[in-house]
Design a protein around this ligand. Structure first.
Ligand SMILES: Cc1cc2nc3c(=O)[nH]c(=O)nc-3n(C[C@H](O)[C@H](O)[C@H](O)COP(=O)(O)OP(=O)(O)OC[C@H]3O[C@@H](n4cnc5c(N)ncnc54)[C@H](O)[C@@H]3O)c2cc1C
Length: 402
């Protein structure tokens, strides 16, 4: 591995820093910049005008969809520059590099790889400009880890598909205009081959969304029911029966997008700050050897994630695809997030029970909320057991069945 940057890459880093100094809505202090505020949905809604201006400034630079091909409106950027952009914006605690979260993370890449020219023209600009948001209709009751067993069906009727069935845990379904949906189109085919991917407008007749409340009190996801929903055949992504390949591509993107190292570095910095300002037994928590040990262990894990990420980046730079590799950092990140939440609440002691808005809540209840939110992120995008299976079978070459 070569860790040095070329003069061109360093110049790009300077350009990014200048851009962030002028456009980052979190610049110049404030709770989010100090890592003391929350980044929950409510605060995001309050800050929407600023966030849309941020998205637009990024679009003008070609930095939303940074590595997407220029022909579809992306930035056509290289992998190293993309890493620099993510590092610098993470360090500056800027908002995400584009607001259409799932659109950018995996729907867009799926459309670029499998979509028709018409689909690219229709959907990609709206994702880049955050005019449309997407949700993901994969999981069903009884089909989560074993996704290929899904039963939600679509039957061809002339130039339409008619969808019936149910999805669940659909993040952001209430706020999305579109869903990337997996349906069974051929019940007689082997289970991986009978699946098709459809792009479904959430306002189509027969789509019913029922929000699900999570243990942090928010409603981040929903059950979605399809009661004979008609979708034109032109909304199919890839060929009929190709849905599994489309999904594999999408999930590799999901795991890589979830596993961001800079965010973890920021969380640990915030945790260290918390340990410095909270007292336990008459001294700052940071002076407690057990707290220091737990922090040190986590910092070591983040460094392992950083180096693992660089190893896989090197592989990509050599022209090799990565897929199963992204499970390594996803697994480490899942463990870390849960442990960060636990340590934060241990440090806060009784104050850890205070929610946002309560008098005396430390960092306005940020750690309390995160400790209740992060355990669910461990499951989203594939549970730790499933990540371990992927690593064992596809990276280490261990036998599938024992
Ligand atoms: C915050 C969050 C957001 C989500 N967002 C979405 C979304 O937007 N769209 C969507 O479609 N889904 C979403 N999901 C659903 C998520 O993908 C599933 O919950 C996940 O894949 C696990 O499936 P399951 O819940 O059916 O659990 P199950 O698959 O029933 O697993 C139950 C337990 O069995 C273990 N297990 C299962 N199979 C194996 C195996 N082969 N080997 C070892 N252990 C195994 C699992 O590790 C787990 O511990 C989200 C979930 C969460 C928590």
């Amino acid at each position: 591995m070569d860790f040095s940057f070329s003069e061109r890459e360093e110049a790009f880093r300077r350009e990014v820093r200048e851009f962030l100094a002028a456009n980052n809505p979190n610049r110049g202090g404030g709770a989010a910049a100090r890592g003391e505020g929350e980044d929950d949905l409510e605060s995001a809604m309050d800050r929407l005008p600023k966030l849309l201006a941020w998205n637009q400034a990024l679009v003008e630079k070609g930095w939303v969809g940074f590595h997407w091909p220029r022909e579809v409106g992306g930035g056509g950027g290289g992998l190293i520059e993309q890493m620099i952009l993510k590092q610098e914006s993470g360090k500056a605690r800027a908002p995400m590099l584009g607001l259409s979260y799932m659109g950018l993370a995996w729907v867009g890449p799926g459309i670029i790889k499998y979509g028709t020219e018409q689909q690219k023209r229709r959907f990609i600009p709206a994702i880049l400009e955050a005019r449309e948001h997407w949700c993901t209709g994969y999981s069903e009751p009884g089909s989560g880890s074993d996704l290929a067993s899904l039963r939600c069906s679509a039957v061809r009727d002339g130039d339409h598909y008619v969808i019936s069935g149910q999805k669940t845990w659909t993040s952001l379904a209430m706020w999305s205009q579109w869903m990337i949906l997996l349906v069974r189109t051929d019940p007689a085919a082997p289970k991986h081959r009978g699946i098709t991917c459809l792009l479904v407008p959430m306002d189509a007749a027969g789509v019913e969304v029922r929000p699900i409340k999570a243990m942090n009190g928010e409603t981040p996801f929903a059950e979605v029911f399809f009661n004979d929903v008609r979708v034109p055949v032109e909304n199919r992504l890839g060929a009929e029966g190709q849905g599994w390949d489309v999904t594999k591509h999408a999930l590799a993107n999901e795991r890589s997008s979830i596993a961001e190292v800079t965010a973890m570095v920021n969380h640990l910095d915030d945790l260290e700050r918390l340990a410095k300002k909270c007292k336990s037994n008459g001294r700052a928590a940071i002076e407690d050897p057990l707290v220091r040990q737990r922090l040190a262990r986590m910092k070591t894990m983040v460094e392992a994630m950083r180096l693992t990420g660089l190893r896989f980046l090197t592989k990509q730079l050599r022209g090799d695809e990565i897929g199963a590799e992204t499970s390594v950092n996803k697994l480490l990140r899942a463990e870390l997030e849960v442990e960060i939440g636990r340590l934060a609440l241990d440090i806060e002691g009784r104050y850890g029970a205070l929610v946002k808005g309560s008098p005396g809540a430390i960092d306005n209840g940020k750690w309390q909320r995160q400790a209740l939110t992060w355990p669910s992120y461990v499951i989203g995008g594939g549970t730790p057991n499933i990540q371990r299976n992927v690593i064992a079978e596809r990276l280490l070459g261990l036998p599938h069945d024992v």
